[in-house]
Unconditional design. Sequence first.
Length: 190
Amino acid sequence: MTTYSPIEVFRHMLLRATLVALAPSLVAAGERKKKAEAERKDASPRTPEAPEATRDLPARRASAEPTKAATVEPLTLALLAFEAHISWGSVSRTWATRRIRWVRRAKGATSLEDVLELLLTLESAMGWTGMDPRWSRRRDRWLAEVEDTQTGPALASRLLELEAATKWQAVTLAWKAERATWLKALAAIR
């Protein structure tokens, strides 16, 4: 039996949840990117091979990136998965138009600051009727804590707190089944 990591499960959940909404724009963007890369490749002169001393610089840079990606990617996927299961009746009327740009920003997130901004944007789009009544008392402190967040696990904790304050009526039925996997993935963020 094949076992999938929490990130692989998130990728699948995210793909399933956003494919229909974003498919046309993603295809067009992919075609534009390929065309731009082809034009850039044709226009750029070939450079001689790098000297020995600098050959491994990209490898060194790349070795630092997985640490950031290992935190930012799972956080972003968790945020996208949660948002995909929030019912339309539990978000502001303007969220439908803002969501496409929000998802694009999420897919391009490269730092904790990016994810932090996405989390704050999502929370501000959620309506009071979809939140536990105690959230109104906790919210100001939560906002301050999010803004002060410096680590992946701390931001995962703030996301979990937002999800926990969201009423069951404000999320899809599928969320109940997928939540356990989501929680495991959040707990694994380092």
